[in-house]
Design a binder for this molecule. Structure first.
Ligand SMILES: [Zn+2]
Length: 198
């Protein structure tokens, strides 16, 4: 049984993953909504369903390995790979630079499926793409649980389009520069829920 956008939205709402308030996103921009991805990642039953849906969408492209970005992507890549019967590896940062460590390797004939839990600015996904490309491996697709990006961002990097991008749930982002944020202007207290820190 496939997982529809409505199913996923309902599951996230039920688990308190769709927060409303005044948030500083990892990009530094402000938004009145935030998706707490760990409400998905902490729940193996939901994560298994989500990962199966992503795996099903990409199986025909015959990925040979699944690549995520630490920390959330470790869990997601593992479960998608388990469904596909491939390995799962992850990109992590050393002194702010995204790299493959722990003896993880990609071969030039690998067909990598890249996965991300919540895509907002696409920065983390672009970094993962660069790391994978540098190994000579090809990228067969990008699988995302929740996209808060506009379609331009979802094409991930200009002049570097990857055709097979799947987002299971689209929740387009409305965000503001701090200087233009209406909630700042109204004096609402700011929450800083993001996980990425420079
Ligand atoms: Zn603000």
């Amino acid at each position: 049984m496939s997982l529809t956008q409505a199913d996923l939205h309902g599951a996230l709402a039920e688990r308190g993953a769709l927060l409303q308030g005044h948030f500083r996103l990892s990009s530094g921009r402000h938004s009145d909504r935030f998706v707490q991805k760990f409400r998905i990642l902490e729940d193996p039953v939901l994560l298994e369903r989500v990962a199966r849906e992503l795996a099903d969408r990409f199986r025909s492209l015959e990925p040979t390995i699944v690549v995520g970005a630490a920390v959330g992507g470790i869990l997601l890549a593992y479960e998608v790979a388990r469904q596909l019967g491939t390995k799962a590896i992850f990109v992590e940062k050393v002194n702010g630079v995204p790299v493959l460590r722990r003896g993880f390797t990609l071969r030039p004939d690998d067909r990598a499926l890249l996965v991300e839990d919540v895509l907002t600015t696409g920065q983390s996904m672009r970094e993962t793409i660069d790391v994978v490309r540098a190994t000579g491996a090809s990228i067969v697709g990008l699988g995302v649980i929740v996209s808060r990006a506009d379609p331009v961002t979802l094409s991930v990097s200009k002049g570097d389009r990857i055709g097979n991008t799947v987002a299971l749930l689209d929740l387009p982002l409305q965000s503001y520069d701090e200087a233009e944020c209406p909630q700042c202007r109204a004096g609402e207290p700011l929450t800083d829920p993001g996980s990425r820190r420079a």
